[in-house]
Design a protein around this ligand. Structure first.
Ligand code: ITT
Ligand code: NA
Length: 178
């Protein structure tokens, strides 16, 4: 492979591989725990994850940092999405919400090699469901993208328009012309 995805999360890799395959880019996997750098912004976390990943593997890599931002919780869990999922999980999130259920998913993809460090973002608006629906990973059973009645977990075409798709589309336009 000319390009590797560095992550501890198989689901993220499998989706990214599928999406990039659609753009003609083959993506290898270097499964690795990139000590979760805590920071208030996804961008900062992504840059640090990318630098850590490159210094560890010395190969052209991309990493991804995601966040679920819930309006009525002032953007929580945002940069803490991974930790919050592992602790209170989807039931914990559902218990915190009342009528305003607006939320958005954000993905930052950061590329790093010996000379370049470059980030790309993708955002998708939606709402949080009243209960968990469908079988999926992470927040998929509670996230309903805009203009849909189904959660990500109930869909089979999530990868055609997700936050991850949008960030990877920007990345691939840049990468293929680099
Ligand atoms: P890394 O090793 O790549 O950091 P991670 O799982 O910790 O893996 P993030 O820090 O980007 O990844 O955490 C974002 C969390 O948000 C992730 O653990 C999921 O629980 C959730 N998430 C991100 N994208 C998602 C998606 O498309 N569907 C459902 N949940 C998602
Ligand atoms: Na993480």
């Amino acid at each position: 492979f000319d390009l590797f995805f560095v992550s501890s999360n198989d689901h993220k890799y499998l989706e990214a591989r599928k999406i990039l395959h659609g753009f003609g880019i083959a993506l290898g996997f270097l499964k690795s725990d990139l000590e979760e750098v805590q920071s208030n912004t996804l961008n900062e976390i992504a840059l640090r994850k990318a630098k850590n990943a490159f210094s560890k593997f010395k190969k052209p890599i991309i990493i991804e940092d995601d966040g679920l931002f819930i309006d009525s919780l002032k953007g929580f869990p945002g940069p803490y999405s991974s930790y919050v999922f592992k602790t209170i999980g989807n039931d914990g999130i559902l218990n915190l919400l009342k009528n305003n259920r607006k939320a958005k998913f954000v993905s930052i993809i950061t590329y790093c090699d010996e000379s370049v460090l470059q980030s790309f973002d993708g955002k998708l608006d939606g709402t949080i469901s009243r209960s968990q629906k469908g079988k999926g990973w992470g927040y998929d059973p509670v996230f309903i993208p805009k203009n849909s009645k189904k959660t990500f977990a109930e869909m089979n075409d999530k990868n055609n328009f997700s936050h991850r798709y949008k960030a990877l589309k920007k990345f691939s336009n840049w990468y293929l012309n680099k």
